[in-house]
Ligand binder design. Structure first.
Ligand SMILES: Nc1nc2c(ncn2[C@@H]2O[C@H](COP(=O)(O)OP(=O)(O)OP(=O)(O)O)[C@@H](O)[C@H]2O)c(=O)[nH]1
Ligand SMILES: [Mg+2]
Length: 408
């Protein structure tokens, strides 16, 4: 099969235009298609029928005559605008940014829950586009916008789609219940959860690997990670769980945020979040987009800003003084990051040395499952034991407490 060629219509609005455009090129590649070119249009007044003006559409039609191209409008189009632009361009396939992002998610989804979530988002976005004359979808032909777990459903009628949406919502509720049970159990085990969140391609998965010794997929591509992955690790004996999550992007389709809400929420229901930014990229936009998406999700946990890829950018420390500067690739700054994570969680742990007389050893052994031992020294009458204890068990070990040597 020949590769789908995509031509961009880029509305020129504010200083975000350049970033949005370059991102669209990366999105096209992530969807397995090839970038063919761009026509820019300054927007003074939005044309309700076709968004951009008729003159510009005519110019585009001439420019692409005889070429087999898909048109990407790098913004959001209403169903009727999509149809109108398509007919002004002699029936060419027209997609918008949301359709493209949904398509990438459809390609990447691997877990059964991820597939259900993407299918739900696709159906919700495409459903209104099936209203009106004929099926807007049949005009899409093959390729971007028609792929994904819901492929066969997308071709059926509206009544089926409604039934399917309902069934998907029910099944997702089920998985959600199961997950909240797991979260409860983790809390009971005294394991604290740290979520890696941030803009796509900033190095979240690379950081997961660096901190936990895992080997999850990392890739120079948008949305390499879809399903949340969790790995255990320790800092100063404290058992921690690090959760990698799907990346964010500007104007992330709200249908997707909705569909992924439950997976994200379980990660966001964390004790601490690391908001990862790319020091070599537009980190202000990344940070703002991430914080805004988190707000939409009702996030309220404490967080640290982590500026990754500092090996690529010399002067970032001066620009981002509230951030911890690291390189997940060469390891710089990781010790500072570990210390900052532990400091942020400190009030949740007691780091101490216990003194247990040998006569009391039985009682100590009963408490042992609640804590982590970091070291033990045998003295004459008893043992000195360095431990890390979740704060809620403080009272239980209090009788053996000698000195609180909090982490420094
Ligand atoms: N130079 C440099 N490259 C890095 C660093 N960390 C990650 N990368 C590269 O950045 C790219 C993206 O890394 P990932 O870890 O896949 O990023 P991610 O945030 O998980 O991305 P998504 O899952 O797609 O949202 C890969 O090519 C990594 O090798 C770093 O500290 N320095
Ligand atoms: Mg990733």
């Amino acid at each position: 099969m020949t590769q789908e060629l995509v031509y961009i219509i880029q509305p020129v609005t504010d200083d975000r235009t350049r970033v949005l455009h370059d991102e669209a090129v990366a999105l096209i590649e992530a969807a397995g298609a090839a970038y063919a070119g761009t026509i820019y249009q300054t927007i003074r007044e939005i044309n309700p029928a076709t968004y951009i003006g008729e003159g510009k559409l005519a110019e585009l039609r001439d420019r692409i005559e005889g070429l087999d191209l898909t048109i990407l409008f790098n913004g959001a189009l209403s169903p009727s605008q999509t149809l109108n632009i398509s007919s002004a361009l002699n029936g060419r396939k027209v997609i918008d940014r949301t359709t493209l992002i949904l398509d990438i998610f459809a390609l990447r989804a691997e877990s059964s829950e991820g597939k259900l979530q993407v299918e739900l988002a696709q159906l919700k976005y495409l459903y209104p586009r099936l209203k009106g004359k004929g099926s807007a979808l049949s005009r899409l032909g093959g390729g971007i916008g028609t792929r994904g777990p819901g492929e066969s459903q997308l071709e059926t009628d509206r009544r089926h789609i409604r039934t399917r949406i309902h069934a998907l919502e029910e099944r997702l509720k089920d998985t959600e219940r199961r997950r909240s049970y797991q979260t409860e159990r983790r809390k009971k085990d005294g394991v604290r959860t740290i979520a890696l969140v941030g803009y796509t391609n900033t190095g979240k998965s690379t950081l997961l690997n660096a901190l936990t010794g895992a080997d999850v997929l990392t890739k120079d591509a948008l949305f390499a990670t879809l399903d949340p992955t969790a790995r255990r690790f320790e800092i100063n004996g404290a058992p921690l769980l690090l959760v990698d999550t799907v990346g964010f992007i500007q104007d992330l389709p709200h249908q997707l945020v909705e569909a992924f809400r439950s997976t994200l929420e379980s990660a966001l229901n964390c004790d601490l979040a690391l908001i990862v930014c790319d020091a070599a990229g537009d980190f202000r936009t990344q940070r703002e987009t991430t914080l805004q998406t988190l707000r939409e999700l009702g996030f309220h946990a404490p967080y640290l800003i982590v500026m990754n890829k500092c090996d690529l950018s010399e002067d970032v420390e001066a620009l981002a003084h509230d951030a911890i500067c690291i390189s997940a690739k060469d390891g710089r700054g990781l010790d500072v990051l570990r210390a900052s994570i532990f400091e942020a969680l400190r009030k949740q742990y007691l780091v101490a040395t216990l003194y247990v007389p040998y006569t009391q050893m039985e009682r100590y052994y009963a408490l042992r499952p609640l804590l982590r031992e970091r070291g033990m020294r045998y003295l004459e009458e008893g043992a000195e034991i360095d431990v890390t204890v979740p704060a809620e068990y403080r009272a239980k070990v209090a009788e053996f407490l000698r000195k609180d040597d909090h982490f420094s």
